[in-house]
Design a protein around this ligand. Structure first.
Ligand code: NAD
Length: 423
């Protein structure tokens, strides 16, 4: 097999690439398609200068990578994190392609990011950086071309600034340029909670399949209390499951009697981190992952489930809210153990892009749906996808991860063969 060039090198790209190769081999994928799909269609690197509050100028690298658009416009989040690089963004773009295909959306895969810790910026600095990044990529994105959304380190406000900058540059309001923006400017009801909610919908399907109940006996540990993790905690509490531990990048909190969503969010809003949360024991992120709990939801970042942790996991179900949380070696260990049911990232966290798709559709038709309608449609898509992946896994005697990837990759490759090759 031809080796890839160095610019894509990053642990996550190597991981995503290896997963693709395994799935492609199992599918007996056409060799021409294989070489086309293992790298992105296009990648843009920009230098983003912006003014600090003290008047000095800082320049940070920014990226937008478009992996494949055979099924429709590119779609994917924007990540602000100090470790963002081209390889990571490319890997996340590729995962988006499989994810959109898996849940039958007419969208392709993209991702973007800036190499920065947004927690160290003032609101003004964050806004100036976001606006300049948008103007640097303005000709690369578009409502019919590539539609950004939130990811780690970005939120509704960042999307609002992207939408405003893009609209100012074009001369009129274009809400459909981003999803995950505030409802007041054309965002969708239910988008903020969609990813975490989708993870829980998958868990509800897993519970039906495996014959357990999501009640007070279902103890859940959630790594990462950001957009995805906190929405999952909220929904789990609502349906009666017991969340016993949550964490952020600094540390985790654990209470075997259960944690309250409201108390956790009030604490984080006040203190910015979970540390010091009363009536709970402090645990490290590693300890949290290996707690005595039936369900583990990694909802932080990639690579947190390492081989060492995989050997010590006590959970029965691993629902991947984050993208790429389980390393290749850890995945092999979990598969060999055979006692953990994995709901892989491309399936478990697809709820975000599903409601992003709803938001885009609502913006395009200028007609907005109510939240009940949105959640109902989200549930239908997530449960159908879950059941399809499980049926595929049983039929082809493969694990849930491989089944999910093969389902997505097969659809993309069929579409590519049908459209043909230009010129
Ligand atoms: P976020 O920035 O809102 O929250 C991330 C949380 O994880 C924070 O609590 C942060 O402190 C914590 N964290 C970061 N690094 C960590 C580490 N090494 N160990 C433990 N905790 C850590 O991000 P988010 O939007 O919730 O995204 C989380 C994950 O979910 C990412 O992998 C992202 O790609 C994926 N995802 C997000 C969406 C979405 O709609 N936001 C959709 C699909 C997938």
């Amino acid at each position: 097999m031809k080796k890839l060039t160095a610019e894509w090198d990053s642990p996550l790209f190597i991981q995503v690439q290896a997963q693709f190769e395994t799935a492609a081999k199992k599918l007996c994928l056409d060799e021409n398609l294989f070489y086309r799909l293992r790298v992105p269609d296009k990648a843009l690197i920009v230098s983003v200068p912006f003014r600090n509050d003290d008047g000095s100028i800082r320049v940070v690298p920014g990226y937008r990578v478009q992996h494949n658009d055979v099924l429709g416009p590119y779609k994917g989040g924007v990540r602000y994190h100090p470790l963002v690089n081209l390889g990571e963004v490319a890997a996340l773009a590729m995962l988006m392609t499989w994810k959109c295909a898996l849940v039958n959306l007419p969208l392709g895969g993209a991702k973007g990011g800036i190499q920065i810790d947004p927690g160290l910026l003032s609101r003004g600095e964050l806004q100036r950086m976001t606006r300049r990044y948008t103007s640097e990529i303005v000709n690369f994105i578009g409502p019919d071309v590539d539609i950004p959304a939130p990811d780690m380190g970005t939120n509704e406000q960042v999307m609002a600034w992207i939408m405003d900058t893009y609209s100012q540059l074009k001369g009129y309001a274009i809400p459909e340029i981003v999803t995950g923006k505030p409802v007041i400017i054309g965002g969708s009801l239910g988008r903020k909670e969609a990813t975490g909610r989708g993870v829980v919908y998958c868990l509800m399907e897993a519970a039906k399949l495996k014959g357990f109940k999501l009640d007070e006996h279902a103890r859940v540990a959630v790594q990462g209390f950001g957009n995805v993790g906190s929405a999952a905690v909220k929904k789990l509490e609502k349906i009666g499951a017991k969340v016993v531990a949550v964490s952020d990048v600094h540390s985790g909190v654990y209470n075997p009697r259960g944690l309250s969503y409201r108390a956790l969010t009030d604490w984080v809003n006040q203190h910015r981190r979970l540390e010091g949360f009363p009536e709970a024991e402090t645990v490290s992120n590693e300890e949290l992952a290996c707690l005595d709990a039936e369900i583990l939801i990694p909802a932080a970042t990639e690579g947190t489930i390492t081989p060492q942790i995989a050997k010590r996991l006590k959970c029965k179900v691993l629902a991947e809210g984050a993208n790429g949380p389980t390393t290749l070696e850890a995945d092999r260990i979990i598969e060999e153990r055979g006692d953990i049911f994995v709901i892989p990232d491309v399936l478990a966290n697809a709820g975000g892009v599903v409601v992003s798709y709803f938001e885009w559709v609502q913006d395009l038709q200028n007609y907005f749906w109510n939240e009940k309608e949105i959640n109902k449609k989200l549930f239908e898509i997530m449960s159908t996808a879950f059941q399809a992946v499980h049926a595929f896994a049983v039929e082809h005697k493969v694990g849930m991860r491989l089944a999910a990837l093969m389902t997505g990759i097969r659809k993309v490759s069929q579409a590519m063969l049908t459209r043909g090759f230009y010129p």
